[in-house]
Write a protein that binds this ligand. Sequence first.
Ligand code: AMP
Ligand code: ZN
Length: 503
Amino acid sequence: MKLYNTLTRRKEDFVPLKPGIVGIYICGPTVYNHIHIGNARTFLSFDVIRRYFAWSGYAVTYVQNITDVDDKIINRASDENRTAAEVAAEYTEAFIAGMEALGIEAPSIRPKATEEIPAMIELISGLVEKGNAYEVDGDVYFAVRSYPDYGKLSGRDIDAMKSGARVEVDTRKRDPLDFALWKAAKPGEPSWTSPWGEGRPGWHIECSAMSARYLGNPFDIHAGGDDLAFPHHENEIAQSEACFDSAFANYWLHGGMLTIDHEKMSKSEGNFLLLKDVLEYVRPAALRLLMLQTHYRSPFDYSAERLDEATAALERIESAVRNMRWAVENYEGGEGVAANGAAADGAALASAETLRTQIATTREQFKTFMDDDFNAAGAVAGIYELVTAGNTCIAAGLRTAEQAAAVGEAVDTITELLSVLGVNLDTAGASEEALPAELVELAAQLTSYEGAGVSEALAALLEARQNARATKDWATADAVRDGLAALGITVEDTPTGPRIVRG
Ligand code: AMP
Ligand code: ZN
């Protein structure tokens, strides 16, 4: 498996610290608002990567923190006249609900910053002791100059940064680049007791403390959106490597930004769509399929048109899978023999063979693409090819047991590989939903059926329609069709016989 490592700026073979085990840390949300679909894209990209590791046989420990103490949470709480803890609890719950709705697997461990303060204090104390951090009036800063490799992740030169105009000047810091590890409490803010007085942790220290606690140092993979590479991830590296005298994360994976009209979607720009609002009108599987069309490291430009196309693509896959299942379930012929008892033709045998070849190709391509820095778009393209091949195989009706078996295998492959990408198909067929009881009455009116069974009534109606069509009794055939339509059942004629569609 190869993955692009931001730290080395190249694709590398993935070598886990312990064979068969992978530890992944991904920066979680700051819970002061509902997440937007940009945030969701990052979490979705790494959910797919995590699922792929698991499918490839790795035992995965996936850690994602919740930043539940922060200026933005405190500001919102004071605007709304409630406590920071209340704001954080509301949006933590909303975040988890959004992740579930999008089909993102829960992390193995989901630590909250406010529950990990002792580990952070310990880390900061270690840094102060080693001379990598200093206290000023209850605040503690990391001395960036004390860590010689500062800038290695984002490829920045410390001296060039210093002369940059964007670094704010704070006379209490020894160097403008130094950043806060601990902030002295202001009146009314949540605070914890520390060796430097009452206060709260800075944002960066959280991730260093939690990853150390749950994954150790070093660990395998650190993930997040590429907007976090500087300064957040750079600061995490500096703190952790300075404190633990060990490498931090071996591989850094950064996801590209979701843009809208080619502008980064962000809360501060005001050009955002909330995940919860989008999921009101879009199926999660369609949103996932759409996002997977772009490589996780590239920017992804969102548009309603692209979403519609993805929804249509998803429905095409679902309808193909339903048709394939239906064809297999209704195949009644024997080995090498058509349903009508005739010897199977060469074309039917060849079509089974072709489908089996495509199944093998799709599986192989799926692995090849995903092993190459998680190219889900390539993997999905291979699945579409299999859908087309499956459709071709059933187009003329199933005429051999070999075809039926190959089609069944194609369906299993399509659903399995899509589920590795977290795309779960909705292929519930008519047989899986309760049929309307009114069918009994309809059958009594239009056929000779006198029983009380709902599915028997439907079978009688379909048979009556077939007989009517065979005898060109169009009035009866239409009456059955219209009666079924009124109950939400459409009859479609397929080469293997009539098939009902609910909706
Ligand atoms: P935040 O709550 O702003 O810290 O963001 C949480 C996660 O969402 C981080 O991993 C960010 O990198 C990511 N993120 C923020 N904005 C976007 C965006 N427009 N596209 C993709 N990911 C984003
Ligand atoms: Zn982080």
